[in-house]
Design a protein around this ligand. Sequence first.
Ligand code: NAP
Length: 261
Amino acid sequence: MDLGIKGRLAIVCASSKGLGFGCAEELAANGVNLVMNARSEELLKSSAAHLRDTYGVEVTAVATDITTPEGRAAVLDGAAGRTVDILVNNAGGPPPGDFRDWEREDWMGAVNSNMLTPIELIKAVIDPMIDQRFGRIVNITSGSVRNPIPQLGMSNGARAGLTGFVAGLARQVAQHNVTINNLLPGQFDTDRISSLFEAAASKAGKEAAEIRAAAEAANPCHRIGHIKEFGHACAYLCSAHSGYMVGQNLLIDGGVFNSSF
Ligand code: NAP
């Protein structure tokens, strides 16, 4: 299917690897020019070069921390005055732990990264999207928004705040062909999930491979998700054909969350 977004410009935050990279790659495969971002310059540059060379799209790489005001300004500058047609919000997730050990500054970090940063970026790009009657905003949140993960309390909480905010905003801007939707990953094969498996293993006195095998066995697909599968869903939500998908929370978890709808 032609997604109808060839030549559009997307900012994909936190995209040198993992789910952000999966989204950037599928957008590039559909002819979308990119502003990519991550903190570590070396990997970001090589990921950007790979997409530029493979798909022949323009890619600007901005190595900065997206959770800071300066970082967001630098990423927005990467658009070089062009209207941002597509925004994919992403950042690192909060650490696991017991809420008794978290201080106010830990919570502020999670709220800043996983709620306020995406809201600031939405605020920066949305009015020009409205003016041109096209905009697609996708927030990478987590399956924990629907199915809370006990050891990821800061993720459960901060991302729920973002979800509530965009549920309202999405319905205010849909009339202008600007959509905001959330993608909720379950367990995908990335460095983040490996480090969570390692943390769970050391807590339980087991090997990470054992924790991973148990997660795979518990999933109806009997496997962990691939970032390409995530990227395809993101590309559809960013497509010209998704204008009637408004304020949705699309859970992609292999069916592990057991419910009828
Ligand atoms: P990942 O493989 O560790 O990749 C994270 C990416 O984000 C990297 O490119 C990293 O590069 C970049 N990044 C992290 N913090 C950043 C910051 N402050 N500013 C700019 N870039 C930053 O992680 P992932 O698995 O793709 O996870 C992405 C998001 O989805 C996280 O919020 C995670 O909690 C959430 N999630 C993941 C899963 C899963 O199964 N993988 C499940 C549920 C939710 P640098 O380190 O160089 O900055």
